[in-house]
Design a protein around this ligand. Structure first.
Ligand code: MG
Length: 371
């Protein structure tokens, strides 16, 4: 059998000098005996997969679409896609795949129901109390505080590097200004971009399947140059979609890996510390692919996220979140007992926020209708 120590030595031997090695982890807040067979990051990944908040991702929307069918992405499938891209890119760069996987699986645990519209509504409610809602912070809060697995500590007691990767996970929607000291590990940076690759590619897929996006419009984009050449007249729509995805995904993944390696060489980065102290994100697309990605993002905003069909559902989601918040804030007796107990030591709006943010879309809708 292969022991944890074997795995740790393999990492030291094989991984890049700037990769995070599990044996050199800064550890957990509460000390625990090590696992005989799993490294700390493998164990963290397992803790995430087995926690309740992870299972609830299955009932949370990614983009809230009319006719919400069996094949559209949920936060759960999105998180798995992010972990897959993150692991692949980490492998290509000889980084710690287990760390990338753990961060990828946990990165959206704090998401509200109803996609980004839900997050916006929650943020508006929290602003009334001079507070805010930001899903990365909430993901951190879930694994650090809200999940329950031991009588000795709160949360999942994950390793420092996984927690750090969650806090500094940034996307267009995120507000990272609260955590501006050091740069994230290269593994966390890779997952951050993997998140973008994942949502751009699955939103193309979901957008086309829902009929909101039109393939002919999409094929005008520079990023679809190769897909356009592959698509033959008479190809079924599912084949057309596959041609787009199987050209766009590798284009983004391969460019990110190549350009990141180029950045590391150019800046002479050789250690983990140098990654932390380097002022810029090193995991980045090359300039031409960055430009193509921006064009795609703008396209998705205009034609998909802001499409009337999507907007209408978003607005419904916002109404539900705000109504639930007002109702539960005014009458805390309606909170489950577990949450009522917390009111002795925590502010009302924080407790209400934690409860609603944890809900699935279905649970929130049902509660809204019941109340
Ligand atoms: Mg995400």
């Amino acid at each position: 059998m292969i022991s944890r120590q074997d795995l740790e030595s393999q990492e030291v031997e094989v991984l890049a000098s700037y990769a995070i090695k599990s044996a050199q982890s800064q550890g957990r807040k509460f000390e625990e005996p090590e696992d005989p067979y799993r490294t700390c990051f493998q164990r963290d990944r397992d803790r995430v997969i087995h926690c309740k908040a992870f299972r609830r991702l299955n009932g949370k929307t990614q983009v809230f679409i009319a006719g919400y069918g069996d094949h559209y992405r949920s936060r759960l499938t999105h998180s798995m896609e992010v972990a897959q891209f993150g692991r692949d890119i980490a492998r290509m760069l000889n980084l710690n795949q287990d760390l990338a996987e753990a961060i990828g699986l946990a990165h959206d645990l704090g998401h509200t129901p109803f996609g980004h519209a839900g997050q916006e509504a929650m943020h508006e409610m929290m602003e009334q109390y001079d507070s805010r809602f930001e899903h990365n912070e909430q993901s951190f809060r879930i694994v650090d505080e809200l999940e329950c697995k031991s009588s000795h500590y709160k949360g999942l007691n994950l390793s420092f590097e996984v927690l750090d990767g969650l806090l500094k996970h940034r996307t267009r929607y995120d507000r990272p200004e609260a955590f501006d000291h050091l740069m994230p590990s290269l593994e966390a940076q890779v997952v951050n971009v993997a998140d973008e690759i994942a949502y751009q590619s699955h939103d193309i897929d979901d957008g086309l399947r829902s009929g909101i996006l039109k393939i002919d419009d999409l094929l005008q984009l520079e990023i679809c140059h190769d897909a356009k050449k592959r698509i033959q007249p008479g190809d079924e729509s599912i084949i057309q979609r596959q041609h787009v995805l199987s050209t766009v995904m590798p284009l983004l993944v391969n460019d990110l890996a190549k350009n990141t390696e180029r950045n590391l060489k150019m800046k002479g980065i050789e250690t983990v510390q140098a990654i932390y102290e380097h002022g810029d994100q090193l995991a980045q697309f090359s300039a031409p692919v960055l430009k193509m990605g921006m064009e795609l993002k703008d396209f998705l905003y205009k034609k998909f996220y802001n499409a009337p069909e999507v907007m209408r559902y978003n607005q419904e989601g916002m109404v539900v979140i705000k109504a639930l918040f007002k109702y539960l804030h005014a009458d805390s007796k309606k909170l489950p007992q577990k949450y009522q107990n917390r009111l002795n030591s925590e502010e009302n709006h924080i407790v209400v926020k934690d409860y609603i943010a944890g809900m699935t879309d279905g649970f929130a809708l049902e509660l809204y209708e019941r109340l």
